[in-house]
Design a protein. Sequence first.
Length: 462
Amino acid sequence: MRIVLADLKGRKGFVSKDTVAGGYGSRFKPFSKTTAWVHLFKRQYHDTPSVHLAYIAAIFAQSGHDVVFTAGGLVDGDLAIVLSSLVDYRHETEWADAMRTRGVRVGFAGLAASKMPHLFADHADFILDGEPEAAIGRLARGERLDGICKSEAIMDLDSLPFPRWDLITKARPLGIQLSTRPVGGGFPLLASRGCPEFCTYCPHRILAGYRARSVRNVVDEIEQMCQRARRPYIIFRDSLFSENRERIVELCDQIRARGLSVSFECETRLDRVDGELLRLMQAAGLRTMSFGVESVSPEVLKRVGRRPIPPKHQRQVIEHCRELRIVTSAFFVLGFPTDDWQSIAATIDFATDLSPTFAQFKLLTPYPGTPLWKQMEPLVFEKDWEKFDGFTPTFEHPNLTSKELMFLLGAAYTHFYMRPSYLANMFRLHNTVVRGWVDRMDRRVSARITRRETEIMGPVTC
Ligand code: SF4
């Protein structure tokens, strides 16, 4: 069979799918001068190919099928698999309709299709419910799929073939490296799937339970990448990369023992790293680490099942990263159910105080299938699923209006990125005289931003 794999380039704004928001995806549209810069940066560095489609490509190719990839064009074939998302589902279903009128059978894969099949059912011959590989294996062996098809999670992840990037991306030498992450991004790698934590708002843990590949299998994949590209840049897309400390120590040891020259980034919780582990990871190639801080308030976090991490430990880890020249990227969520103006203002202050290299602020979004969704469903007013993009208010917040939430979101980006100390940190200006001057400038700029905010919203406290 000739198989068409479609990871459609999102319309409007910067759309990320695949492993973002568990697969529901996000859409970032600039809404201020500061966010216009953030948007530009994301377009350059965050456009990464789909690891799930690369696995699907490998399974079909292993069974001798022809695989072709499209990011938008209509392509002739016998069967098409579309990577689904919530934020761009209309575009995906329109594309599926056009393919079906050409006589191609179409199936949808991914979290959005699994949890929201009614959005896709009228535009598909079949929908894969669950992680796709098991059902794709059946398709590749000649089984015909129709309707909603359960696809059981594969427990032994080592049994999967390695992703076939050559089939879903143009053979490229990983872009030009102007910063830590190369222009055009790097290659995602899943060393584990799911997450063992219990944050009630998180869509990363709702498709299947936590499983990890063996270290040897992961390093074999990295070695294969190194044979195909010089110093590949690997983006570990595990939800909690350093869940098991010994496993990561072994992974770093094996990368070095095999003499593999790689750079990589990962995402984790800050209570799962320490100075010694960071040094090992840095020596093995770690260049960027992302992590959720979410909120400064332990009470706010506990109400959504998230275990708070002491601020002192968070500061220490970020300081270690600075010393080791590891780029840090922190995630913050504004608008938890028990948040109010003061708690969000305190979170924004904490973000600037921690001063990671990058900060991403999002609004709390209740995603279907999460425990939070069950709790918040009566408050959800947004009917357009594409607006569940992480940056749009979707429910009646008990303490804040939608206008206030959007204002606070904009204020978070402005306060974080418009500080003179932000530039000073970027350029590593740590001289005492310069720092004193920068701190004074910070206070002046902050007062100016606050004056402008006060004109817009009345007196504010952030
Ligand atoms: S730590 Fe919490 S928010 Fe992060 S991936 Fe796990 S469940 Fe989700």
